[in-house]
Design a protein around this ligand. Structure first.
Ligand code: IPM
Ligand code: MN
Length: 365
């Protein structure tokens, strides 16, 4: 068996601190895996003048999987768009063909009280949002700014983006979603805005066609505004949600908060071959960077997804997830998940606890 390589792109803000804890977990697992780090985002801009330098992209391409921290800091807000840190993650998604973004929202029993919703609404919550990641208004052309030539707003500047999806793009994400639903409770909700947008009437039509190949899965359709409402009204009514890039961006943040803390949620962005980029669902949180307070668990759980989906190490993934459950059960809390009166521990101490718990788990759950 050849040694697998993980490209480690820690990025900005809290990225380096939380990724450091995930790397300690990699070491503790003693797998036949190598890691190689490279700069990305603002950190890469500072060093090379570009948020996604060719060296970093090349490493991501040769590696079997990418472990990503977070990018972004207010200090880069004034840069032209192509140089901003966020372009690094968008570029990686596009260049690596990572079209399928899996964002599970699981409410751990120990954290039910941390949700802003009533405990009975979220206790036992386990939903999976599948977000299309390389199309939609994020990448559609044309986009830009121009001075409007004539009409009611003659002479006024305008800006525009293009929402578009092709049939193959919708088909492939629909297949990922139906297969995921098949492995869970066999219910898929496709979220669109077919009542207004042609792009999403097409989305709905194509998802409905693909459904014919999965008769064992129940499919329903919701408009995105209604889906946003149902997510806070009755979140447990969902199993798997599939939607486009922009709606998925918004709904996955909403779903994350149902679980109490976005600091707990991992994500996987996959291509069609099993290669993937794994990152916490949260951002770079520059306001708390370098203070040893960030929650490393979303990154550690992203590592578990990486081991399962891209490195074929399901046992190791189970061990990591069991260790995280154990540290939560034994009362370890970073500030974001600590209830009132509960003592909060730091990033590194949380890492210590997971590494120690790993020593006690076997992967048999
Ligand atoms: C996310 C983020 C990104 C997105 C940004 C940083 C470009 O919000 O991964 O959800 O909008 O996709
Ligand atoms: Mn987002």
């Amino acid at each position: 068996m050849t040694t697998k390589k993980i490209a480690v792109l820690a990025g900005d803000g809290i990225g380096p601190e939380i990724v450091a804890q995930a790397l300690r977990v990699v070491d503790a697992l003693e797998l036949d895996v190598t890691t190689e780090e490279a700069l990305v985002g603002g950190a890469a801009y500072d060093a090379y003048g570009h948020p996604l330098p060719p060296e970093t992209l090349a490493l991501a391409k040769v590696a079997d999987a990418v472990l990503f921290g977070a990018v972004g800091d207010w200090k880069y807000d004034k840069l032209e768009r192509r140089l901003r840190p966020e372009q690094a993650i968008l570029g990686l998604r596009k260049e690596l063909g990572l079209f399928a973004n899996l964002r599970p929202a699981i409410c751990y029993p120990e954290l039910t009280a941390a949700s802003s919703l009533k405990p009975e609404l979220v206790a036992g919550l386990d939903i999976l949002i599948i977000r299309e990641l390389t199309g939609d208004i994020y990448f559609g052309q044309p986009r830009g700014r121009r001075a409007a030539p004539d009409g009611a707003f003659a002479g006024a500047d305008e800006a525009f983006d293009t929402m578009r999806y092709t049939r193959p793009e919708i088909e492939r994400i629909a297949h990922v979603a139906f297969r995921a639903a098949r492995g869970r409770n066999k219910r898929l909700t496709s979220v669109d805005k077919a009542n207004v947008l042609e792009t999403f009437q097409f989305w709905k039509d194509v998802v409905t066609e693909v459904h014919a190949e999965y008769p064992d899965v129940t499919l329903d359709h919701l408009y995105v505004d209604n889906a946003a409402m149902q997510l806070v009204r009755a979140p447990k009514s969902f199993d798997v949600i599939v939607t486009g890039n922009m709606f998925g961006d918004i709904l996955s943040d909403e779903a994350a908060m149902l679980t109490g803390s976005i600091g707990m949620l991992p994500s996987a962005s996959l291509d069609s071959s099993g290669k993937g980029l794994y990152e916490p669902s949260h951002g770079s949180a520059p306001d708390i960077a370098g203070r040893d307070v960030a929650n490393p668990l979303a990154t550690i759980l992203s590592l578990a997804m990486l081991l399962r989906y891209s490195l074929d190490h399901a046992d190791a993934a189970n061990r990591v997830e069991a260790a995280v459950r154990e540290v939560l059960a034994s009362g370890h809390r970073t500030a974001d998940i600590a209830g009132s009166g509960e003592r909060a521990i730091g990033t590194r101490t949380m890492g210590d606890a997971v590494v120690a718990a790993l020593g006690r788990t076997t992967g048999i759950t």
